[in-house]
Design a protein. Structure first.
Length: 383
């Protein structure tokens, strides 16, 4: 019995050490995970920006999205909205808004073979873009009026071709905030890599991918991303491979997007993404969550052993609240929310596992009412 307890203590001390190393790593990488800086009264040159929005059944938010794009300060805006086979009132809203200045509505009635709906819509929109910069943004993403000008100022100051901002969420409750903090913690090394110009680092975000038009066309753009589920992230990869430089920032209320207010909704939103992020590798998608559950489970059980090792494991797990608190402060949220973040990670592991199981069981993904076979996604994805 004493030998068994000794082994269990070693495991728990190992878990405590692992969590401490994770916390220190996150704190290190978060030094480069900042908010988009203010303009400091310095206006960028009056550049022309073409915003490309792929919309399908977005009648609830699309009008406000477009109006906020048109209201951007310090830039000349062109808004190209591609209606991807919508069956609700999206088309009518676009027709009405298209009668004004600055909006160019396009419509996709039939999706060509070998394309994801969103990728094809972005491809069509970019082909019509006349701006020096192209902003790819989601149809439910509401931007602050100075965010594009601020991003362009950073691009001008640091001579980069791509600015990416993470999607922000309204502070609707502690659970949603904790989920968002956990999500941003997983991106810490991505921010660190691109903002330090690491040669293998890349980043892209569907909420805000601002790309120099010449760089977009040089890297192959959406023509090269036809069947890529994580098109926003892989666009960043294409740009990196073309030798272009990226800067990434925490979006927060600069890029407010509509996410589900419940954990179940969050899991559903990520259903198509997590397995794609693992390049549809089944073994990795099953083992990674299993390891996560085991490590977090050991930490939760730790205090019930009544040993120093057990308490060390649970304290190590809650040390993740330290970097989470730093992000909360940058978002203007209470640091108290960060205390929930360590408990959210098992939900992320479940979402990862669920993504793999649902995709494998269906033999593919259904996105925007179109089914895409898994074999085709595996063959055509950018890695």
């Amino acid at each position: 019995m004493r030998a068994i307890m000794s082994v269990w203590d070693m495991i728990l001390w190992g878990v405590a050490t692992l969590f401490l190393l994770m916390t220190l790593s996150m704190l290190y990488h978060l030094r480069w995970a900042k908010r988009l800086p203010a303009l400091d009264n310095l206006k960028p040159r009056g550049l022309r920006v073409s915003a490309v929005v792929a919309a399908r059944n977005e009648e609830a938010r699309i009008e406000q999205t477009i109006r906020r794009l048109l209201a951007q300060e310090g830039v000349e805006m062109e808004v190209i909205v591609v209606d991807d086979r919508s069956t609700d009132g999206t088309g009518e809203i676009l027709r009405r808004l298209g009668e004004g200045r600055g909006v160019k509505p396009l419509r996709v009635d039939v999706l060509p073979e070998g394309w994801l709906g969103k990728c094809y819509a972005c491809h069509l929109g970019a082909a019509e873009a006349s701006g020096e910069w192209i902003l790819f943004t989601d149809a439910d993403c509401w931007l602050k009026p100075d965010v594009i000008a601020r991003a362009l100022k950073v691009a001008e100051r640091e001579s980069v071709d791509h600015i990416a901002l993470t999607p922000g969420v309204p502070a609707e409750g502690p659970a949603v905030q904790a989920w968002h903090l956990a999500f941003l913690l997983t991106l810490g090394n991505w921010f660190s890599g691109v903002n330090r110009d690491h040669p293998k680092a890349y980043l892209g975000m569907g909420a805000f991918n601002l790309v120099r038009a010449s760089a977009y066309r040089e890297c192959g753009g959406y023509e090269a991303l036809r069947l890529t589920v994580l098109d926003d992230v892989r666009l960043g990869l294409l740009l990196r491979r073309a030798g272009k430089r990226t800067r990434g920032f925490i979006g927060g209320d600069d890029t407010e997007c509509h996410w589900s207010p419940s954990a179940r909704g969050m899991i559903r939103i990520m259903e198509k993404n997590y397995f794609a992020a693992m390049d549809y590798r089944t073994i990795a998608a099953l083992i990674a969550p299993a390891i996560g559950f085991a490590v977090w489970g050991a930490a939760i059980v730790g205090p019930f052993t009544g040993t120093a090792a057990g308490w060390g494991a649970i304290c190590g797990m809650f040390s993740l609240a330290w970097p989470a608190g730093k992000i909360a402060s940058r978002l203007g949220w209470s640091r108290a929310t960060a205390l929930l973040t360590p408990l959210i990670f098992p939900v992320l592991f479940y979402a990862m596992l669920n993504s793999a199981v649902v995709t494998l069981r269906a033999g593919g993904i259904r996105w925007r009412e179109t089914f895409y076979p898994l074999d085709a996604l595996r063959r055509s994805g950018i890695r």
